[in-house]
Design a protein around this ligand. Structure first.
Ligand code: GLN
Length: 353
């Protein structure tokens, strides 16, 4: 009887000790950044930005891909996904737009999964071109010819690095990888693909030029075709924000918990995004916003806030460089109000005044 009582007391004591020991651990294990803004604050700022910019009429839809010219220019959606998998979204959040150049980030990631960052750096490089994303001059002028994985030449070269026995196999590998990054099955928008495939003579020319310089690593036209398909993948703004949040969360999808991208590759990817994510508008973007981001001519932009989450905005009209006008304004506004700029001590919770 006495023994039984002692045992019970010991169990109670152990329970108390365990509670105190494990409580700080569970705090340490929380996934959110200790300086991430609260939910109510994020909601208020995103709503302000949505109202402020929804009637902005700056920019013009891309028209060199005929499909994109006829997309409704008033479409406008914003989504934030945090590293602890909270989602906040507003506006046209169900509309699937073509991912376009934002795909380049995830093909770069896939190539690095397979070959490691050093090889991708050696075969494609990571230098700004200072030219438009589809520039032929950059290919001819630059010592590396490929520039970086986010200009068309570098992106086509990156696709050519991904291993597969056939182009079809490569394409399904890419689509499957993007889907895992998004945490949902993504599909091709066939009409975008057909529209772009019928008009992409410039990209074919780039691939031939790369062949001349030995900077393309499988069949040039096949690589362009797979690249065209990857640009035609449909995403809605929430899926795009989740793709960004996977990068913010060190390569681990916050919704599925899958480590899709090796953590050690993520800083390399973010370095390319800050340097070339908005093409020849990247310097101005780094100056004003200070966040790694990637745009596409479909009208999407995703910006990554490491350790905290990602914000994606979709609005088709573009500026001269090919970046969504509204998306840039919204992200700049939100990043500024929520202290996201990575180059500011405020981003790690130090107040500057
Ligand atoms: N598919 C487009 C192209 O090759 C992608 C360009 C972009 O989004 N900047 O031109």
């Amino acid at each position: 009887m006495l023994r039984h009582k002692i045992q019970t007391r010991m169990l109670v004591a152990m329970f108390i000790v365990m509670t105190f020991v494990t409580a700080p651990l569970s705090v340490l294990a929380q996934k959110t950044s200790p300086v991430a803004p609260g939910k109510a604050q994020v909601e208020a700022v995103v709503r302000e930005a949505f109202e402020k910019f929804k009637t902005d009429t700056g920019g013009k839809n891309a028209d060199y891909i005929p499909y994109l010219a006829q997309v409704d220019s008033k479409l406008f959606g914003i989504a934030i996904v945090t590293t602890d998998n909270q989602t906040l979204s507003m506006g046209d959040i169900k509309y699937a737009f073509s991912i376009q150049s934002i795909s380049k980030v995830f093909s770069q990631a896939l190539a690095m999964e397979e070959l490691g960052p050093d090889k991708v750096f050696e075969k494609v490089g990571n230098e700004p071109t200072g030219r438009a994303f589809n520039s032929v001059f950059a290919v001819a002028d630059m010592p590396t010819h490929t520039g970086n994985p986010y200009v068309n030449a570098g992106a086509i070269s990156t696709v050519s690095l991904i291993s597969a026995k056939t182009a079809d196999e490569k394409w399904s590998k890419i689509l499957d990888f993007y889907s895992r990054v998004a945490g949902e099955k993504l599909t091709l928008i066939d009409d975008v693909y057909k529209s772009e495939a019928a008009t992409n003579t410039g990209n074919k020319a780039l691939s031939m030029l790369l062949a001349k310089y030995d900077r393309i690593y499988s069949d040039p036209f096949e690589s362009v075709d797979v690249y065209t398909k990857q640009c035609s993948v449909g995403v809605n703004v929430v899926q795009l924000a989740r793709m960004g949040a996977t990068l913010a969360n060190n390569g681990k999808n916050p919704a599925t918990g899958e480590q899709v991208i090796k953590a050690e590759n993520v800083p390399h990817i973010l370095s390319t995004m800050i340097m070339a994510g908005l093409y020849d508008g990247s310097g101005g973007w780094a100056w004003k916003v200070g966040l790694p981001a990637k745009s596409g001519v479909g009208g999407g932009i995703v910006a990554v806030v490491p350790g905290k989450g990602a914000i994606a905005v979709f609005a088709p009209p573009l500026d001269e460089a090919g970046n969504s006008v509204k998306a840039q304004k919204v992200i700049e506004y939100v990043a500024n109000k929520l202290d996201f700029n990575l180059f500011s001590p405020r981003s790690v919770g130090l107040k500057t005044e």
